[in-house]
Write a protein that binds this ligand. Sequence first.
Ligand code: SF4
Length: 131
Amino acid sequence: MAFKKRLSAKKKSELCLQCGKCCMAMTFSGGEVDDDARDEIHWMELHGLKIDYVIERGKTEYYFTIPQRCGALVEADGKFTCGVYDTRPQMCKDYDGRMEGPFGVADCLWRYESEGRPLPVSGPVRIQPRG
Ligand code: SF4
């Protein structure tokens, strides 16, 4: 996908501070859907995991999302910051919420900004205090 605007690291950081959605869950690839996987998927659904399916080159693959927020996320005044930003894992540094498919975030603010669309007014996601 070609985006209208290129975003600076500063702009990306500002947008993430208003959002934090991609830090709220973990998504993994489960592999191809076969009979064994169908049983595992059933088990995952019973545990409340979100399952996404992607059909590619005639094969159906599934992805499962665990709704577990990152323990390093810090909330203050309705905004989120990463509590381990300087030492965050490489996968956090490389992550781009605009990507297509289950690993992306449909309403990633980078996407809105990149496409030149106004940002949604919903505000940052609310997180539950850890019990
Ligand atoms: S979903 Fe996009 S804007 Fe929101 S925190 Fe993740 S990368 Fe940043």
